[in-house]
Design a protein around this ligand. Structure first.
Ligand code: SF4
Ligand code: F3S
Length: 106
């Protein structure tokens, strides 16, 4: 499966959503996750994310490993998003910020 990691937090550009053939993105207030039970590993979303937030599960960086469980957990609660929408208002200001996990809204 593929996994959304920290760079998405407070950005949520949603370019990833438009290319997913199985509509497996789920939307929270300021982050998206991928439902691991639905993702078919097509890889298309990876190149779409302007902040390179999406990785194959096996390639998730060491310091982002907790996002694997987080995608699984949050995808159970959040609703599908199937069309691109505007990014969050100050997305560009947050794009390069690291250590954003405490900003994640559920
Ligand atoms: Fe969707 Fe493909 Fe990305 Fe999985 S890898 S989330 S199926 S676009
Ligand atoms: Fe997030 Fe990148 Fe998609 S910022 S919403 S994973 S395009």
């Amino acid at each position: 499966t593929y996994v959304v990691t920290e760079s998405c937090i407070k950005c949520k550009y949603t370019d990833c959503v438009d290319v997913c053939p199985v509509d497996c993105f789920r939307e929270g207030p300021n982050f998206l996750v991928i439902d691991p039970d639905e993702c078919i590993d097509c890889t298309l979303c990876v190149a779409e994310c302007p902040v390179e937030a999406i990785f194959a599960e096996d390639d998730v960086p060491t310091d982002q490993q907790h996002f694997i469980a987080l995608n699984s957990e949050l995808s159970k609660d959040w609703k599908p998003i199937i069309e691109k929408k505007d990014a969050l208002a100050d997305a560009d200001d947050w794009a390069k910020v690291t250590g954003k996990l405490d900003k994640l809204e559920r």
